[in-house]
Design a protein around this ligand. Structure first.
Ligand SMILES: *[C@@H]1O[C@H](CO)[C@@H](O)[C@H](O)[C@H]1NC(C)=O
Ligand SMILES: *[C@@H]1O[C@H](CO)[C@@H](O)[C@H](O)[C@H]1NC(C)=O
Ligand SMILES: *[C@@H]1O[C@H](CO)[C@@H](O)[C@H](O)[C@H]1NC(C)=O
Ligand SMILES: *[C@@H]1O[C@H](CO)[C@@H](O)[C@H](O)[C@H]1NC(C)=O
Length: 597
């Protein structure tokens, strides 16, 4: 392994990294606060969203309104664990999607129609610009019903107070749905007939269904008379958190390409996203939505009705995702829940964490979504290291990325694969369980082309490390498949931590893309990776022991027999954002919120 201190910059070293201080960073970057309470604090993220304390799960009702971003979230104000019966809506606001200020809870379980909890749902901006929330209440009988809430003062830029009208619920429990299986209304959209639609998850006579309700006034809702729900399948069990949203057929990189929830017509496709309770995974299908019949026609019918066969939004540990249309950036932005995966005892000292918001758009293939962190994250970039010219990584090659703190970083690296000839041949069984394959063929199992990638959150003796890597596999008829993995098996020496391998096959033509890129956001306990220009995302939670007391290291590596060129590498240390009054700059959000137009 070559460890290149910065002093080596001047010599013609094999691996050539030089330090550049970003012009703006005369002050030292703010890293996450040091442990102060004796608990395990090293895992607290510095720029991913989480409350200052207590339990949090699904993101709810994200929206952009009147110059501010709002994020609500499932929140237990009474403790660090999920508290059945006690769920409120936490509420935070931001001017930039990076720094967040916590406000009082927006919804609390205080009414007969939500006495046992205010559960997940979405926000909709009504014509005229007033936002409305449709959410699931667990009523006094313990049954799931759908309620509305409106801002008390729409002129308040922070929308601090929300009213729950006494005529709730607006959608009572239907007779053919059990009381514990009717929830998570989506953002509403307008059909061409001028009626609102909203999608709600329900189990109808044992069949997991995504129902559509229609309304002329947002208050009186009727189940759509369509013959079939938007989606129905018995196979996967209950699904939750439905999201139906339009994307442009001719997507480019997602900027300026987002569509409002009600967009339809030529050049528009729709995405149906469902969260599968059994597996805790989010899947989606691209297709066409017909608002006359409220029907969804999948672009890949061969994947079947079983949602578990659909494409995955993220191959790691995220669930209950929700998108919104960001009118400011004219883009579609996704939030998701990246559940803590250490012990409940540790959770008592921590909170939840979301993925950093991502923009998302449709790939040219018309079938897969691509995702990328929103560009606002770049405002946190401080120290930068770059590779000035390509460097070859022979087999066993491992080079440290020095000069930026490895626990709070944004790394982009491009690997040039000049020949696929040595790729190992496919065993058809590998197609069945790529996640298992990522475990069996980890970073230390040599292949022909790969494994190559990044090692992050590594202790100095490498006993703890997280590997994010690719491996090309020869299929047949001159076709190749690309496996992408995040292997947590060695991420921590602590007991009681969930340490699976994650991974899947990237839907990319490897022969056409001789350069494969990888971007990884590292935020203490979050390692969030985007492979092949955002075609595959893997979000992982890691809890290395060493991070409590010492620095974490990062490396690029190649353990394939074929040489791989690192043709580009840029890494930034990221400053801590202010997230609900913890971290960086406390004054930031509120001062920005004042001058908004
Ligand atoms: C729920 O809230 C009550 C107070 O209203 C509290 O006594 C109880 O411990 C909470 N339960 C959980 C699981 O948080
Ligand atoms: C959250 O993580 C815990 C611990 O790994 C696990 O038991 C639980 O099933 C996870 N829940 C979700 C929704 O991911
Ligand atoms: C590469 O493979 C060797 C031999 O199996 C192993 O010792 C080394 O740890 C591997 N490198 C990585 C980054 O896993
Ligand atoms: C906090 O942010 C404000 C506004 O951007 C800036 O003027 C101030 O210097 C920052 N303070 C710190 C301690 O970084």
């Amino acid at each position: 392994m070559a460890r290149l201190p910065l002093a080596a910059c001047a010599v013609a070293a094999a691996f050539y990294l030089c330090l550049h201080l970003a012009s703006s960073s005369s002050s030292a970057p703010r890293l996450a606060p040091a442990p102060s309470d004796g608990g395990r604090r090293a895992g607290r993220t510095a720029y991913h969203f989480q409350p200052a304390k207590n339990w949090q799960n699904d993101p709810n009702g994200p929206m952009y309104y009147n110059g501010m971003y709002h994020l609500f979230y499932q929140y237990n104000p009474h403790g660090a664990l999920w508290g059945v019966g006690n769920l409120s809506w936490g509420h935070s606001v931001s001017g930039d999607l990076v720094n967040w200020a916590a406000l009082d809870t927006a919804l609390d379980p205080t009414s007969p129609f939500d006495a046992n909890g205010c559960w997940s749902a979405s926000a909709t901006i009504l014509p005229g610009g007033t936002p409305a929330i449709l959410y699931t209440g667990i009523d006094a009988n313990g049954e799931q019903v759908q309620n509305v809430a409106f801002p008390r003062d729409p002129a308040d830029p922070l929308l601090r107070r929300w009213d729950k009208p006494g005529y709730n619920p607006v959608i009572p429990l239907p007779a053919d749905v059990p009381g514990d299986k009717f929830r998570d209304p989506s953002t509403a959209w307008l059909g061409r007939d001028g009626l609102w639609r909203v999608a709600v998850s329900a189990e109808v006579r044992g069949v997991a269904s995504t129902l559509v309700y229609r309304s002329a006034d947002f208050l009186r809702w009727e189940r759509a008379p369509a013959a079939a729900p938007l989606h129905a399948s018995r196979a996967a069990g209950m699904v939750e958190c439905p999201d139906l949203f339009p994307v442009k057929e001719e997507g480019d990189d997602g900027d300026g390409q987002g569509l409002d929830a009600s967009a339809s017509g030529a050049g528009v496709r729709h995405v149906l996203k469902l969260s599968v309770m059994d597996t805790l995974q989010d899947h989606y299908m691209v297709g066409r939505y017909d608002d006359a019949a409220d029907a969804f026609v999948p672009a890949e019918p061969e994947r079947g009705d079983d949602v578990r066969g659909w494409r995955r939004l993220d191959y790691g540990h995220v669930y209950a995702s929700k998108t919104f249309f960001d009118a400011r950036g004219s883009r579609r932005v996704l939030w998701a829940w990246a559940n803590e995966s250490d012990s409940q005892a540790d959770d008592v000292a921590k909170g939840w964490s979301g993925t950093f918001p991502r923009k998302l758009w449709l790939d040219e293939d018309g079938k897969q979504l691509r995702q990328w962190p929103v560009e606002e994250i770049e405002t946190l970039r401080r120290k930068r290291v770059v590779l000035h010219r390509g460097t070859a990584l022979a087999t066993g090659g491992m080079n440290e990325i020095v000069g930026v703190a490895g626990s709070q970083a944004d790394v982009e690296v491009a690997f040039k694969v000049s020949s696929l000839a040595g790729a190992e041949a496919l065993d058809p069984n590998w197609l069945l369980d790529p996640q298992k394959l990522c475990g069996e063929k980890g970073a230390s199992v040599p292949g022909g082309v790969g494994p190559f990638g990044l090692i992050v959150m590594a202790s100095s003796d490498l006993r703890e490390h997280t590997a994010v890597f690719f491996r090309a596999i020869y299929r047949y008829h001159g076709r190749y498949k690309l496996l992408m993995c995040t292997d947590l098996t060695r991420s921590s020496t602590r007991a009681g931590v969930y340490k699976p391998p994650y991974g899947g096959f990237v839907d990319v033509d490897v022969e056409e893309h001789e350069t494969i890129n990888l971007r990884t956001l590292i935020d203490h306990s979050v390692v969030e990776s985007f492979g092949a220009d955002g075609r595959m995302c893997i979000t992982a939670r890691v809890y290395p022991e060493h991070a409590e007391t010492s620095n974490s290291h990062m490396f690029v590596f190649n353990n394939g027999t074929g040489t791989v060129e690192v043709s580009k590498l840029e890494a930034w240390e990221l400053a801590a954002a202010t997230v609900n009054s913890v971290g960086g700059n406390d004054s930031l959000v509120m001062s920005e919120s004042n001058g908004q137009s």
